[in-house]
Write a protein that binds this ligand. Structure first.
Ligand SMILES: NC(=O)c1ccc[n+]([C@@H]2O[C@H](COP(=O)([O-])OP(=O)(O)OC[C@H]3O[C@@H](n4cnc5c(N)ncnc54)[C@H](O)[C@@H]3O)[C@@H](O)[C@H]2O)c1
Ligand SMILES: O=C(O)C(=O)C[C@@H](O)[C@H](O)[C@H](O)COP(=O)(O)O
Ligand SMILES: [Zn+2]
Length: 345
């Protein structure tokens, strides 16, 4: 695991040393209306004098418009290239704050302090930063590693159950692509775990191992995108439908079911394994109602996936539980069929 990722209840104790050693000219903390009341008091004792930038929470604000506001505030606060932005929040704050820092004055430093399960096990690790554009997920962004990541499971105490479940989807994804034993054992414990730190460490180690080998997603890193070809299309589509938006992990759960079904269709996955995946996910995630018209729209959105080459949709599929294969060409029609299958589950 990368040395700059600190995990545990004392993780933040490493932060003052980092801030002191690098002698940053200014420290600014990016928060939203939830992380300010719930998380800032945990972080504050570890910070020198600093300013705050507050934005609205939620995927609908992971946009260029919010970036403009952040850059405007950074300018008003006179940040120079030796400033550091501390992103205190979930994946939206981490992705967008990381992106804003990476391009402000061609790049200032940033640190990730993830406060949701999803951000602790996935989004804060690996250097993908970015925003949504015209409803398309992470359509604009750059790869830029933070100075360090500080993961304190204590932040999860105030996180709503629905958000915990969303983050758990990325943990399940890590098991499905890389650790069969963990999937088979842990699924009986599910969200009743008391060992968040152990689960986080395990997930981060899986993700870090992949990212270290292929940081810019030339090949292997695409396995981390299992469930996202269909999942991002579902998420993008429902984000634009009033009252129907899903959380990222909820959409990934739908995507994993569809892509597991396509894996079965290709005889990469046995019907017993597909059944195990379906049964487990059904115990956690509610069924998302989709009409035939929705399905047609969603399948078209997959044509914008970042793993595609020319007009080929390259999907990551499962070759049995615990092993993933990337760059598997699939068709829009197969996505339609997989979503129809999902609606009948
Ligand atoms: N960069 C990556 O590798 C990567 C990986 C996975 C997901 N993502 C992105 O992450 C985003 C989803 O992240 P998320 O699930 O963390 O959502 P999020 O950032 O929207 O946070 C979820 C909600 O929880 C609130 N919150 C955060 N911490 C809290 C706490 N401790 N207590 C109470 N409330 C708290 C937030 O204000 C927000 O309302 C998506 O945009 C997704 O595309 C990125
Ligand atoms: O880190 C990665 O690589 C991932 O694919 C992790 C995903 O869980 C995450 O949602 C990521 O943001 C998706 O990246 P994208 O390139 O498909 O936008
Ligand atoms: Zn994801």
């Amino acid at each position: 695991m990368t040395e700059s990722i600190h995990i545990g209840k004392d993780a933040l104790q490493q932060l003052p040393e980092l801030l002191k050693n690098r002698a940053f000219s200014k420290v600014v903390v990016l928060v939203d209306e939830n992380t300010l009341p719930h998380c800032y008091s945990i972080l504050k004792p570890y910070l020198p004098a600093h300013d705050l930038i507050q934005i609205k929470s939620g995927e609908e604000h992971k946009t260029l418009q919010t970036c403009e506001y952040i850059w405007q505030r950074m300018t008003e606060l006179n940040l120079d290239r030796w400033s550091v932005l501390v992103n205190l929040g979930g994946g939206v704050i981490g992705d967008m704050g990381g992106f804003c820092a990476a391009v402000f004055k061609r790049g200032i430093f940033f640190v990730q302090v993830p406060t949701t399960l999803l951000a602790q096990v996935d989004a804060s690790v690996g250097g993908k930063t970015g925003i949504d554009f015209h409803g398309l997920k992470n359509h604009i962004g750059v790869y830029q590693e933070p100075q360090a990541v500080f993961i304190n499971p204590a932040f999860l105490q105030t996180l709503p159950q629905r958000e915990l479940k969303s983050g758990y989807a990325e943990i399940i994804k890590h098991w499905l692509i890389a650790d069969k034993e963990a999937f088979l054992e842990q699924r009986h414990i599910g969200l009743f775990t008391e060992d968040w730190e152990g689960l986080i460490r395990h997930s981060v180690s899986i993700k870090s191992r992949v990212v270290e080998q292929d940081p810019l997603e030339g090949g292997l890193r695409k396995i981390l995108n299992f469930g996202h070809t269909v999942g991002h299309a579902v998420e993008s589509f429902l984000l634009e439908q009033p009252g129907r938006a899903l959380l990222h992990g909820e959409a990934v759960a739908v995507g994993m079911l569809c892509e597991a079904w396509i894996s079965r269709k290709r005889e990469l996955l046995s019907s017993e394994e597909l059944d195990k995946i379906e049964t487990f996910l059904a115990t956690i995630y509610e069924k998302v109602p989709l009409t035939e018209q929705d399905i047609q729209h969603i399948a078209q959105l997959a044509l914008q996936d970042k793993k595609n080459t020319r007009s080929t949709i390259n999907c990551t599929l499962l070759q049995g539980i615990g092993k993933a294969v990337y760059d598997q060409p699939i068709t829009v029609q197969e996505i339609v069929e997989s979503l129809r299958y999902y609606t009948l589950l």
